[in-house]
Ligand binder design. Structure first.
Ligand code: SF4
Ligand code: SF4
Length: 724
């Protein structure tokens, strides 16, 4: 056997054996996770959704390309390595036969061009990555760097390996150019190889032959060693990301929460565990998430908690869980006693829908230690991290699972949220104001709002779900009243549940009290069904999201729209005609649970654009990249004592646009932004209004100049004015 074959094969076999062992170990570790109901479903719709995700997210690099420069560089690196698989086949063929070519296409000029084009593109991408890494170095930018906390040394090693692969490839091909046209039949189309070949030509035929063999062996060796490096580093994502994308929630891991553990107390035993208190409580899909993280830091750079100085970074959460999973590998993969969960012995059937029965005796609790309480409770569940993650990691699910364990198993959560939970349980709203106040907001209206006492009347099209804030908070009431007046004017028949309406359970669910959420949801579903409700319009995006996306899993199937969607529809139909009563600049703030979680981006903007005098100026962070107001994830009821307040950060951005009105479509956002406008002393210059209030104001006849009236931003100024 010639020496080159022996060296090439020896390096390859050793490296493939080491990498293969590592891949097998990771596969066993991930499979030791708990069942993930529905993730392996293979009906036609699921397969189609997964195929689409592979095409858009993996092949098309959709999310990466949203960040133009690094996205394009990554696109060419990913496709470069895919195309360069041909060169790997050629290299191994060359080991045995220097005249080897891939049958059919191996000698075509097109292949030669493609290989050289992508090799060059990868080199250019390496320069881009190098510049980005230097400019964004954590040592220069500290927390502002998206690489803060990432393994930067491993990232540099990766760039070095990629450079090694491409450099040895081009030198091998360049030397071949000067050796034999039979070995390198692509002509000038292999442009990069020819440039290098021209540089090596002076060395002569014999030296180039030796160089071709040397760089061939180096190329094969670097590729093999890179495989080992990848299997032990964050670059594992090269192989696992396509699986993670395929098994992720579709269309996206936003909107409703995925898991609905069975909270039926009759099924609870002393071994029952709710949520994730130990690494072994996570599902295999969550474990796949942990090993897939590329440490790119995109999630961290958009997280409202991290960017306002809180200790929560979604990237560091995932990295922490991954490191813990690796350190607990022996425990996770050890054979479990029957009924205790773990590898090969799921405690419940895969579709049972919960993880009851999982042994909770893991050696290291997740909170505190792996994840600190301040990290866990800082999350607003805004979804920015999930939205940005290029490999479809589902951070919110992991965070809420850990919250569930803390609340339901440990009774450990921020004490200030205790009252909110008790109020929901006892009074049906987070503030504990009680059912008697739920219709007070209708008293200022000059028309009757029907309250459903039995069954919703036939001539009523929508049940108006007012929401706790809309019914009970002074500022949010104005938004609800404006919406009601607009619907009334447009001839939309609607009714309310009044005292029968109760909190949807959203804050309870987001803080981790799944039991209370499910109790609320079941009671509300029973109320809605007994009233024969089919169509619901909601003003609060949190109610909208819960009713639309989470109640179906508990048997409540209703047609749910948000008032922004309905107003958009009515404006388009000409049933609402905005007037000239408002003139000025507006900046629209996307509520997370309306925009990112439910993709309602265009409708509120269309409504604003329909107002002749309104000029909409966008904030830098808008639409998919909209920045949270700080109230979601039950944060509304928790103290915010670390870093800058999220609502202040957002409001400063809004004020920076110079707009007269900060508009939104969510009562939580209204309250948070209005608080921050006042905290900045800007309440005399800038008003915070719901889109419904803005439309309503535009439809009023302007008062004649010179008449005294309430100033903008004052209580009276914000209050609804009598019609006509
Ligand atoms: S959901 Fe929002 S607040 Fe929570 S970790 Fe993700 S980006 Fe941060
Ligand atoms: S979780 Fe996703 S976005 Fe965040 S660092 Fe990991 S791969 Fe990047």
């Amino acid at each position: 056997m010639p020496v080159r074959i022996a060296i090439g094969l020896a390096v390859t076999v050793i490296c493939f054996a080491v990498a293969g062992r590592r891949f097998h170990w990771i596969s066993r570790l991930v499979r030791a996770g708990q069942p993930a109901p529905g993730r392996l479903r293979a009906d036609r719709a699921d397969v189609a959704r997964r195929a689409e995700a592979e095409i858009t997210e993996v092949a098309g690099q959709r999310k990466l390309l949203e960040w133009t420069v690094p996205g394009v560089a990554h696109f060419f690196t990913m496709w470069g390595f895919t195309i360069l698989l041909f060169t790997i086949i050629e290299a191994y063929g060359d080991l045995f036969d220097p005249t080897f070519h891939i049958p059919g296409i191996g000698t075509s000029a097109a292949l030669g061009f493609l290989e050289d084009f992508f090799a060059t593109a990868v080199l250019v991408a390496l320069v881009v990555f190098t510049v980005i890494r230097i400019k964004s170095s954590p040592s220069r930018k500290q927390r502002a760097s998206r690489f803060y906390g990432s393994h930067t040394r491993a990232a540099w090693m990766t760039l070095l390996f990629i450079f090694g692969v491409i450099a040895t490839l081009l030198l091998y091909r360049g030397a071949q150019v000067d050796t034999s046209p039979r070995q390198f039949p692509y002509g000038d189309w292999a442009f990069a190889s020819h440039v290098i070949g021209a540089g090596l030509a002076g060395l002569g035929h014999g030296v180039n032959g030796a160089l071709a063999t040397t760089f061939l062996l180096l190329n094969v060796s670097v590729i093999s060693a890179f495989l080992v490096f990848v299997s032990y580093s964050k670059h594992l994502h090269i192989f696992v990301a396509p699986f993670n994308v395929a098994f992720s929630r579709r269309p996206r891991a936003l909107g409703g929460l995925d898991k609905t553990p069975d909270m039926d107390m009759e099924n609870v035993t002393e071994d029952t565990v709710f949520g994730a208190g130990f690494i072994e409580n996570f599902t295999w899909k969550q474990m796949l998430d942990f090993v897939t993280c590329t440490e790119c830091g995109r999630c961290q750079s958009v997280c409202p908690a991290w960017t306002t100085g809180k200790p929560l970074s979604p990237k560091l959460v995932i990295m922490g869980l991954r490191d813990n999973m690796f350190s607990q590998a022996a425990h996770l993969m050890a054979p479990k006693e029957a009924g205790s969960g773990g590898e090969g012995a799921p405690a419940l059937p895969v579709d049972a829908g919960d993880r009851s029965g999982v042994a909770s005796s893991g050696p290291e609790p997740l909170v505190p230690g792996v994840i600190e309480p301040d990290v866990l409770w800082s999350c607003t569940t805004c979804g920015s991290c999930v939205e940005q993650c290029p490999v479809d990691i589902e951070h919110i699910d992991a965070i809420v699972d850990m919250r569930r364990y803390q609340v339901l198993m440990e009774s450990s959560f921020p004490h200030e949220a205790e009252l909110m939970l008790r109020n929901i349980e006892n009074q049906g709203d987070p503030w504990g104001l009680g059912v008697s106040k739920r219709t007070e907001w209708t008293q200022v209206l000059d028309f009757e709002v029907p309250v459903v006492s039995d069954v919703i009347p036939d001539d009523v099209e929508y049940l108006y779900w007012v929401g706790c804030a809309g019914a009970l908070d002074e500022r949010a009431r104005r938004q609800v009243q404006a919406t009601a007046r607009l619907l009334h004017e447009a001839g939309v028949r609607f009714a309310i549940l009044g005292p029968k309406e109760s909190c949807t359970g959203d804050p309870a669910r987001r803080i981790g009290n799944e039991y209370l959420f499910q109790e609320q949801a079941k009671a509300n579903i029973a109320t809605l069904e007994s009233a024969s409700v089919r169509k619901i319009v909601a003003t609060c995006p949190h109610c909208f999201n819960t009713l639309k996306n989470e109640y179906p899993a508990l048997g409540g199937n209703f047609e749910v729209v948000h008032h922004a969607e309905l107003l958009d529809h009515l404006v388009r139909e000409g049933k609402i005609v905005p007037g000239t009563g408002y003139s000025g600049t507006v900046t629209y703030h996307d509520p997370c649970y309306l925009g990112r979680h439910n993709r309602v981006f265009d409708e509120p903007r269309t409504v604003i654009d329909a107002i002749p005098g309104a000029h909409n100026v966008e904030m830098r962070r808008c639409r998919e990249r909209g920045f949270c107001c700080g109230a979601g994830g039950a944060r509304m009821w928790m103290e915010e004592s670390i870093g800058t307040r999220v609502n202040v950060d957002r409001t400063l951005e809004a004020l920076g646009t110079g707009a007269d009105v900060v508009s939104t479509a969510c009562p939580y956002c209204m309250i948070m932004l209005d608080d921050a406008v006042r905290a900045n002393g800007k309440e005399d210059d800038v008003r915070v209004l719901d889109i419904a209030q803005l439309v309503e104001e535009s439809m009023r006849v302007p008062e004649p100049a010179g008449l005294p009236g309430p100033g903008p931003g004052t209580e009276a100024g914000n209050a609804p004015q009598p019609e006509g």
